[in-house]
Ligand binder design. Structure first.
Ligand code: GLY
Length: 291
């Protein structure tokens, strides 16, 4: 069973952060209805919905993906790059404690969950306007005891890594190569968005299907030609706030579905004590790669 943690659309949504889009009036009532349809699609895909406490005065709080990275073994609460969004994490931390051990990114690290793409044990972290190298380094410090490896990815021209690239199957990634170098994902099958559909790279993979915006029909056709099951979900009002399909949920396994304790004992024994030094042999990986 999957849990999808979501949070209600804030009535203050029109005061959201904007980086790449011009401000346009958002019909909040319509945004609420679209969010309800999104939650219905999550349920239809087998998710059980849990709600974080609403934050009516935090305009971007519906974009709950940015507040945490949830893996099977641990949840890492982020420190969002936009100062206005940092208060969003408190209620999410409280919600996640019901499901996972919770760790956190600390200053001067910044990290938005929208910049984190997890593919197996590889964790791609987009470094740009919102997430910095220190945030990525702390994420690896918290995840490496469980066998995850972080790769830094330069992102240009869009808000988050997941504006530019998301998984459409466990082994395939949908990419807008104008915003991220597709070669970063050379170990995966790469599907490139239609060149006329810049924002088309954000899809929410849920088991046998992807939730996908109806605004990108040519890329949708590409995906369907590959045999992928595409479920249209319209979040047009949230798109005006620079949000997309992945942004509105944190999806993770219910802990009862996780591997038995015996299979995690080895990983547990590798959890570092707070303050432990990184292996110096790995520190070179914290230089940003150039492409
Ligand atoms: N409005 C979404 C964000 O800027 O984080």
């Amino acid at each position: 069973m999957l849990i999808a943690l979501t949070r209600a659309v804030a009535p203050s949504l029109n005061r959201c952060e904007l980086t790449h889009l011009a401000r346009a009036p958002i019909d909040v009532a319509l945004a609420v209805r679209q969010h309800e349809q999104y939650e219905a699609a999550l349920r239809e895909a087998g998710c059980s919905i849990a709600h974080a406490a609403p934050e009516p005065d935090l305009p971007d709080s519906v974009f709950i993906e940015d507040t945490a990275v949830v893996c099977d073994e641990v949840a890492v609460v982020t420190r969002p790059g936009a100062a206005s969004r940092r208060p969003e994490t408190a209620a999410v931390t409280a919600s996640l404690r019901a499901f996972r051990r919770v760790e956190a990114i600390e200053a001067p690290g910044t990290l938005d969950g929208g910049d984190v793409l997890v593919a197996g044990r590889t964790v791609y972290v987009g470094v740009g306007a919102r997430s910095n190298v220190e945030g990525a380094r702390q994420l690896e410090e918290r995840l490496s005891p469980y066998g995850y490896e972080v790769r830094l990815v330069p992102v240009n021209g869009c808000l988050h890594l997941k504006s530019a690239a998301t998984l459409v199957s466990p082994t395939a990634v949908l990419v807008n190569p104008a915003w991220v170098d597709a070669l970063v994902f050379a170990s995966l099958d790469i599907v490139v968005v239609d060149p006329g559909e810049s924002f088309a790279a954000n899809a929410l993979l849920l088991g046998d299907r992807i939730l996908y915006s109806p605004a990108y029909p040519r890329t949708r056709a590409l995906l369907e030609r590959r045999g992928l099951r595409v479920v249209p979900v319209d979040l047009s009002e949230l798109a005006k706030a620079e949000g997309a399909l992945t942004c509105c949920s944190l999806v993770f396994k219910r802990d009862t579905d996780l591997p038995s304790p015996s299979s995690t004992l080895i990983a547990e024994s590798r959890i570092p004590l707070k303050g432990i030094q990184r292996d110096p042999a790995r520190s070179a990986s914290w230089a940003m790669p150039s492409f």
